[in-house]
Every structure is written in C-alpha cells, then in structure tokens.
Design a protein around this ligand. Structure first.
Ligand SMILES: [Zn+2]
Ligand SMILES: [Zn+2]
Length: 220
C-alpha cells in the first residue's frame, strides 16, 4: 500500500505523489508531491518534499537516495510516475518493489540504502564512461557525470564535478537539474545509460543547455 504509507507520513490528502520506479520492478522511491506549473496547468513544475521541506531537491537525504539509486540501477529503465496511474499500478502487479524509506516488510530503510556509500570517494576509480539519463519518448538527455566504480556494471556514483567539487547530490545546480529533468519527463520512460563515447557538447549539459541555464528561474 504505497499511497497509504506515504500519505500517512506526509499527512497530505488530495495531492498527487510521484514515485520513481525501476521498471525491472525491484525498487521504488517517493519523490514527493507534484507541484503544478503556474503558467501551464496540469504541467508539472517540481516536487514538494515531506515534513516541511518545500522542495524535494533541497532535501539532502532524498537527493542522496536519488543519486545512489541511479548509480545502482545503471543500465536499467526507470520512470517517475504519478500515483494511481495504470503504469504505476502495473509495476506493483508485476512485482513487489521495495520502497526506500518504507516501513513494510521487504522495504529498505534509508540508512541501510545509503550505508557505506561515499559519494565522490576519491578511492573509487573513475571509469572511462559517462552516465546519461535519456528519455525514450522525446530523446531529452541529462549528463550525469563521469561514472565511478569497479566496472561499468558496478557503478558506485556519477560525478559531474571535478576533484574537490561536491558530489552530485550536494552540487546544487547538478542536483537540481536532475530533479527538474524528472519533473519535465514525468510519466516518460527513461534509461540510465553508461556510455563510453559522447559528443563533447553532451558533457556538462541538459540537452543543449548548461546545468545553470536549465535550472535558472526554476522554482524547484
Ligand atoms: Zn533496477
Ligand atoms: Zn521525456
């Protein structure tokens, strides 16, 4: 009962939650409540978090969980899905995904999910590969950074910044770009690609824009 659980935590009725799911059906994360765009009704603007967090992108724990999830599910298809949609219900019919931060049997406590993960750990080798979040519907692309890990099949984290810069989950414009991309592509199937070759223009960019330009003026 994913809705009931998250509703109880947030004490919010009548709003629509958005969940990030791996389409293999193994894991699910609550991204927050959909906030609609002021200029275009029924178009999503950003995510509101729980417990007094007005923007999910500013929740350091949710952001860490999100970046960790992308690394662990490199190569998989994912989607940000509205609650009570056929697509999301199908994920639950097909499998029994573990909710990160949920409290049902089989769910994964946040501290367990993040245990031992050191984002931007200098001892984790940088692979000769990039992470790319790609939309299968409109071909939108978000560069996730250089893949770090033991092998492309075992990515520990993606890193957009150079040495000394913060890890992605605390690198504000990079982190906010990811949250915005998920809002912009809600209900679209995305792939977390790990690629060895990328055009130079794709690096450090969301589509043809820099991270800074992409989130400039965005309320999330
Ligand atoms: Zn997966
Ligand atoms: Zn899309």
């Amino acid at each position: 009962m994913y809705q009931a659980r998250s509703r109880r935590e947030r004490g919010d009725v009548g709003s629509i939650e958005v969940f990030l799911v791996c389409l293999r059906g193994d894991v699910i994360m609550d991204l927050g409540i959909a906030v609609w765009s002021a200029s275009a009704r029924e178009r999503m603007s950003h995510f509101r978090g729980g417990a007094g967090v007005s923007r999910s992108s500013q929740d350091p724990v949710d952001s860490a969980v999100l970046w960790r999830l992308l690394a662990l599910h490199a190569g998989h298809r994912i989607a940000a899905l509205y609650e009570d949609t056929k697509r999301l219900n199908q994920v639950f019919e097909d499998g029994d995904p573990a909710m990160i931060g949920g409290d049902a049997d089989g769910d994964i406590p946040v501290d367990v999910f993040l245990e031992g993960w050191r984002e931007a750990d200098p001892d984790v080798p940088r692979l000769n590969a990039h992470g790319l979040l790609r939309c299968t519907v409109d071909d939108g692309r978000l560069w996730l950074g250089a893949a770090h890990g033991r092998s492309p099949a075992e990515v520990s984290f993606f890193r957009a910044g150079v040495a000394g810069a913060p890890g992605n989950s605390t690198y504000d414009r990079v982190n906010r770009s990811l949250w915005r991309f998920l809002a912009d592509h809600v209900m679209h199937e995305l792939t977390v690609d790990v690629v060895t070759e990328l055009p130079a223009t794709a690096i450090g960019a969301v589509g043809g824009e820099s991270f800074g330009d992409y989130v400039a003026g965005w309320p999330g």
